[in-house]
Design a binder for this molecule. Sequence first.
Ligand code: BGC
Ligand code: CA
Length: 351
Amino acid sequence: MRKRVMRLACVLALFFALLCGVIFLPTDDRRQAAGPLKSELQVGVVLYTGDDAFLNEMMAAVRKEIDDLNTGDWDITLVERNAGNSQSEENEIVSDMINEGCDILLVNLVDRNAPARVIETARENNVPIVFFNRELVRNDMGLWNRLYYVGGNAAESGELQGELAAALCESNPGVDRNKDGKIQYAVLQGEPNHQDAIIRTDMAVSTMADRGIVLDKLSYRIANWSRSQAKTQTLQLISAYGSSVELILANNDEMALGAIDAYRQMNYTETDMPKIFGIDGTSVGLSAVADGSLDGTVYNDKEAQGKALVNIAITVARGGDLSAMHLTNGKYYYADYYAVTAENVSDYLKQ
Ligand code: BGC
Ligand code: CA
């Protein structure tokens, strides 16, 4: 009995000691003990599809930004969905995410020409949107003053790809395999209505022409950003033109890799293959540049775009001032692109 009372007294003493410790802690330490006060935010993100290599890598950059903020004074929950390539599905997802309590949405449109429903739902509920990667037209951006856009500077990516290809033609006369003074070329294009596809093709071709390269267009083929579609298109190109293709400009790395897949399947050797250039610098794209199978790419700065998305989201959600971000017209962020060849690819592989 005595032992029991002693034990109880000990437990009570210990309990009071702990309680006093907490009560008499300086305020800061006490807050620490209860966990710092964090700003809570629920961010919804919807991608046009779950199958896009570049966007999946960009999402990893977004998650990393958020994890970093969450080690500080933020408590951000990221709700991720993909629209399976259907705009009506995406419209539903946007309503659902708002109903589930998202404070701000990051939207990668399926159809960049059809954002009306998404904007209407957001405006009715006063939930701001940062669109990204698939740019809506200026008129639609004007439909509400809480809309923003994050993407890359498409013209710059095409220009840099053209510069890389022109430099190779100039330094390596062997690119003109049939020695007719012209470069027989083909383009693998992304989705027909995508700003990056149209602008990249135009800028790459016109940059080469401006540098004095005489181009001979063989074929422009749409492969919708996809490696497997690009492989199919390139197999058709090979059966139509054989080894007379000297250069392939692909609107992204996935399609450039699809072209390489096709040449490999047809057992082409290095010397019979055209020179091939991509855009994005995805991890597989960069590895292909490093091992020499891809002649160059243009880095689509997913880290900068991920950072901009998250920065705009937290600033807007707090009702803060975006002026430090120097957005174009107060609402557009365009990341720069960078040319990548075998010489500097190691700098990018490290990222
Ligand atoms: C990227 C592509 C990607 C597309 C998706 C482009 O900016 O370069 O790789 O498939 O965006 O919208
Ligand atoms: Ca030629």
